[in-house]
Design a binder for this molecule. Structure first.
Ligand code: NAP
Length: 273
């Protein structure tokens, strides 16, 4: 029999989610995909969702045997309930749920349709329903992480719907944390700044303009660059693990210091907006 070390794994490496069962909505790209990789690295079994079967299968194949994929649109309650039940059945309950799936819709006053605003706010409804559908499967002591954004507090022009949906996410997490405390289930929010993923609004721009935007956004952070999907994933990993047992109804901001100390950023110090 293999001996376990004091660090928790037979190899002497601390496996921070050793044999935990986890579920990530929107795990085929960007932050969700990076988080799936981080969870797997730390010993978890991971279920990921996405809307496109071919994309999902190729991601699952790359991530390996401890990863299972489920086709489920976050707005389809029946599909989500089925995916959660199937994942929990395979994994024997859920220890962590990362409600990550979402999208950005630009919404400038004067040019935005009701449909665009509602499409953005639907992301919050999807979050609510994902957690509700997961309730029968979440184990005592489980961790729920919701995907927020610094836009909730930055007042970004042209992004009112998105910003409002992320502000709603903060309130949602707090109410859910209160409701789930009797089951010792924690609910926290991860709050990234701009991350260069396929979902980042500037990602589709022509390469030169995109690089210019990356530099300009990065210079608003003390770290003088944008944060990476892996840096966000590491925060989610912490929130999903028992290491964060003291955090509840709380938020971790990963923006390189943009919202905390804008006045120290390279761009601000040069006197630029
Ligand atoms: N990138 C940033 O700067 C940034 C900053 C703060 C917060 N966020 C938030 O982070 C989350 C992930 O964004 P990302 O930047 O990683 O974008 P991304 O690379 O476009 O990834 C989005 C993921 O969500 C999935 N998805 C989107 N809508 C879905 C739906 N209705 N049902 C199921 N899956 C869905 C996509 O899968 P399929 O397309 O395969 O279905 C994909 O796996 C979003 O909630 C976003 O608001 C991003």
């Amino acid at each position: 029999m293999m001996r376990r070390s004091v660090l928790g794994s037979p190899w002497g490496i601390g496996m921070r989610l050793d044999r935990k069962s986890t579920f990530i909505t929107g795990g085929t790209s960007g932050i969700g995909l990076a988080t799936a990789a981080a969870f797997l690295r730390e010993g978890a079994h991971v279920a990921v969702t996405g809307r496109d079967n071919a994309r999902l299968q190729s991601v699952v194949e790359r991530l390996g045997a401890r990863c299972k994929g489920f086709v489920a649109d976050a707005g389809d309650d029946a599909a989500m309930a089925e995916a959660l039940a199937a994942a929990a059945g395979t994994l024997g309950g859920l220890d962590a749920l990362f409600v990550n799936a979402g999208h950005y819709v630009s919404a400038t006053l004067g040019t935005t349709s009701r449909a665009d605003v509602e499409a953005q706010m639907k992301v919050v409804a999807n979050m609510f329903m994902a957690v509700q559908s997961a309730l029968p499967h979440l184990r005592e002591g489980a961790s729920v992480v919701l995907m927020g954004s610094v836009y909730a507090i930055m007042g970004p022009p042209g992004a009112g719907g998105y910003a409002a949906s992320k502000a709603a996410c903060r309130a949602l997490a707090r109410s859910m944390a209160s409701e789930l405390a009797p089951r010792s289930i924690r609910v926290n929010v991860v709050v990234p700044g701009a991350v260069d993923t396929p979902g980042w609004p500037h990602h589709q721009m022509e390469a030169n303009e995109r690089d210019r935007q990356k530099r300009a956004i990065g210079e608003r952070a003390l770290i003088n660059r944008m944060v990476t999907d892996t840096e966000v994933a590491n925060a989610v990993l912490f929130l999903a693990s028992d290491e964060s047992s003291g955090l509840n109804a709380s938020e971790i901001v990963i923006d390189g210091g943009t919202t905390g100390a804008l006045a120290g950023s390279p761009r601000y110090l040069r006197g630029e907006p």
